[in-house]
Design a protein around this ligand. Structure first.
Ligand SMILES: Nc1ncnc2c1ncn2[C@@H]1O[C@H](COP(=O)(O)OP(=O)(O)OP(=O)(O)O)[C@@H](O)[C@H]1O
Ligand SMILES: [Mg+2]
Length: 430
């Protein structure tokens, strides 16, 4: 099998250009070996007893809930995030009191880890190994037989295995496979941290995601004040939930009521609009902001950060046509707060309302959230997983949700406005 190391796309042949992400020369060969037991005869599925998962509880109840009830014994969990986001802090805070835990750090000295543990008042009765060699970790596993092994980070261990600092995809895969093997044969749970690059993929390859059992992403909230932990893959539970933390010198603190925090960071100014989008496979509410000024250029400027520029061109053309607003006389600047990227068509409606709100200098009630694709005629199109988006918005304290008539109807405490087109939606908002 050949796998694109940028996006994880799989192909039977080595391709020059990845048909999914468009990058050139990114395919690497991968040997596929099944982790399931090898058997000669098939069995009748009704005769099989479902496997009972034994779960270990961490020190953060919300983390356990995110995993579906605790850390499954023998599972491999990957926590991916940008450098400095708080991965090591989270790992330390998770360490359960009553379990035997081996914490392997390939990036920091023992005293650095101890210092952090003291600062955030984490439990201090785990075994710490400062090493960049998986071999050493394996020896320690033999010696102390821990029930949980934390590896901070998976890349640091790989870097040594491949004899340098640049992480080769093949080496990363090999190390992760070895870890998975250890987890299954010794029934030890592994929690790995992994760095993410600017483009949002796990450094080098996204390909280790399919080897591990659970993939969690740790990100900054749009307001930068919070950290969000959500799962994009979970073999033992759903991927609907997320955990919101605040971070300070005392470490991470779970926010019980995310809605207040999210909504308080929204500025109630013209152009600021809540968009319901997807981050990985979890729905999320982001904030789109815009600024519209009369242009002093021959061609009005359209500058966009975090959105698809073409969709902004489209939204402004549709607004000009439907409402007759002279947007061609104005420069338009659009931005997604917090530096996240939202490129799905479902953001169209929020983009349009951000522009409309700026143009009219009329703020939009900050309890409103938007999700719909806009067709060239101004008609609204349905979005994927409306129910999930609505649930998330409701949980975050939103009260009104604007979307298209097409598609599923969902039950919610929020008032949901199913609009046929942009004009209908405009009348419902203002
Ligand atoms: N002395 C301190 N006082 C207050 N906050 C701190 C202190 N040290 C670290 N922090 C907070 O913790 C964050 C870094 O946490 P941590 O080291 O867990 O991140 P990380 O994701 O493991 O980073 P890396 O990618 O470098 O391993 C910082 O961004 C900062 O917000
Ligand atoms: Mg770290």
């Amino acid at each position: 099998m050949f796998v694109c190391k940028e996006c994880g796309y799989k192909s039977q042949q080595r391709l020059g250009q990845c048909p999914y992400c468009g990058k050139w020369g990114t395919f690497i060969e991968e040997k596929i070996s099944s982790r399931a037991a090898e058997s000669r005869e098939s069995v009748k599925i009704s005769s099989l007893k479902p496997e009972e998962f034994f779960r270990i509880h961490s020190r953060i109840a919300e983390f356990d809930q995110l995993l579906g009830g605790g850390i499954v014994k023998g599972s491999v969990i990957l926590i991916a995030g940008n450098p400095g986001i708080g991965k090591s802090t989270l790992l330390l805070q998770l360490v359960p009191e009553r379990e035997k835990v081996l914490y392997v750090t390939g990036e920091e000295s023992p005293s650095q880890v101890a210092q952090r543990a003291r600062r955030i008042k984490a439990g201090e009765h785990f075994y710490l190994l400062s090493s960049r060699k998986l071999e050493n970790a394996e020896n320690e596993i033999e010696r102390i037989s821990p029930s949980i092994v934390i590896i901070d980070s998976v890349q640091s261990v790989v870097a040594d295995a491949s004899g340098g600092f640049s992480v080769s995809p093949a080496a990363l895969r090999a190390v992760t496979s070895r870890i998975t093997e250890l987890a299954k044969t010794k029934n030890i749970s592994f929690i790995l941290s992994g760095h993410v690059t600017k483009e949002g993929v796990l450094q080098g390859p996204k390909i280790i995601e399919h080897i591990v059992d659970v993939v969690l992403y740790f990100e900054e909230s749009p307001s930068k004040k919070h950290r969000i932990l959500y799962s994009t893959k979970n073999r033992f539970g759903n991927t609907q939930e997320f955990v919101l933390f605040t971070i300070s010198a005392a470490g991470l603190n779970v926010v019980d009521d995310p809605s207040k925090f999210f909504l308080s960071s929204f500025a109630n100014v013209p152009g600021s609009v809540a968009v319901s989008a997807f981050q990985g496979s979890s729905p999320f509410i982001g904030e789109i902001q815009s600024l519209i000024n009369r242009t002093s250029f021959q061609f009005p400027r359209r500058q966009v950060i975090g959105l698809d520029l073409n969709r902004v061109y489209l939204a402004s053309a549709i607004i000009e046509r439907i409402f007759g607003f002279k947007l061609y006389l104005f420069d338009i600047y659009l931005n997604v707060a917090g530096g996240i990227r939202i490129t799905e068509p479902a953001a169209d409606l929020a983009i349009a309302f951000s522009i409309l709100s700026s143009y009219k200098k009329a703020p939009i009630d900050r309890r409103c959230a938007f999700a719909a694709e806009i067709g060239l005629g101004g008609e609204l199109r349905g979005v994927s997983d409306l129910a999930g988006r609505v649930r998330k918005a409701e949980k975050l304290g939103f009260e009104k949700f604007f979307t298209a008539t097409a598609g599923e109807k969902v039950k919610s405490k929020m008032k949901i406005f199913y609009c046929r087109n942009l004009k209908d939606c405009f009348d419902a908002v203002w």
